[in-house]
Design a protein around this ligand. Structure first.
Ligand code: FES
Length: 186
């Protein structure tokens, strides 16, 4: 953990003195907001502060979709799974996205280019299914449009690797970085 990150952690933990369990989620939220993700170091420090085993903290954090354990990719894709988007096929869009990038929501591709996050609503239900990439909104995202957007991201990054291949038929293995501990709360 960098000195800057460590100082941020100190400030957050100082603002939550004691070890009240109901402070855990707010602490995790604040740490993620400041550091961008929950690193192993951060989880261990929170555990020490609250006198809770790190494994228990992982058990709690992994229960919620909002927490991630790796830094976001250069291109962070937020995909809406709210009701309106669901009706318009967001499940298929998500399946296509995870197959194309070979990661699950909450993960980052090995090359650090892409990460995926699933959200409940992007606030533009009339334009579903919708996604954002690094905060830029894209309405009515078809499979073809999704492939084009991913290709454009690669081009912007100057990636020399072949374009992202959208494959909705084969069962690809998931190879994203999760950084999560294996153990769950006991
Ligand atoms: S449900 Fe997807 S934008 Fe609202």
């Amino acid at each position: 953990m960098s000195l800057q990150a460590s100082t941020m952690m100190d400030e957050i933990l100082k603002s939550h003195p004691g070890s009240q369990r109901d402070h855990l989620i707010p602490i995790l939220q604040e740490v993620q907001a400041k550091l961008g993700f929950l690193s192993e170091d951060a989880v261990v420090r929170i555990g020490r502060h609250m006198r809770i085993p790190a494994s228990k903290i992982y058990g709690v954090a992994t229960f919620y979709n909002q927490f991630r354990f790796t830094p976001k990719g250069k291109f962070h894709v937020m995909l809406c799974r709210g009701t309106a988007c669901h009706v318009k096929g967001s499940a298929k869009t998500l399946e296509t996205l995870t197959k194309a990038l070979r990661i699950e929501p909450g993960q980052t591709t090995r090359d650090g280019l892409f990460s995926i996050e699933v959200v409940a609503c992007l606030g533009a239900c009339a334009l579903s299914p919708a996604i954002t990439i690094n905060g830029e909104f894209f309405p009515k995202v078809s499979q073809t449009k999704l492939a084009k957007l991913l290709d454009e991201c690669r081009q912007k990054a100057g990636a020399v690797a072949p374009a992202v291949k959208v494959d909705t038929t084969s069962k690809s293995s998931r190879r994203g970085r999760t950084g999560k501990m294996e153990e769950k709360s006991s």
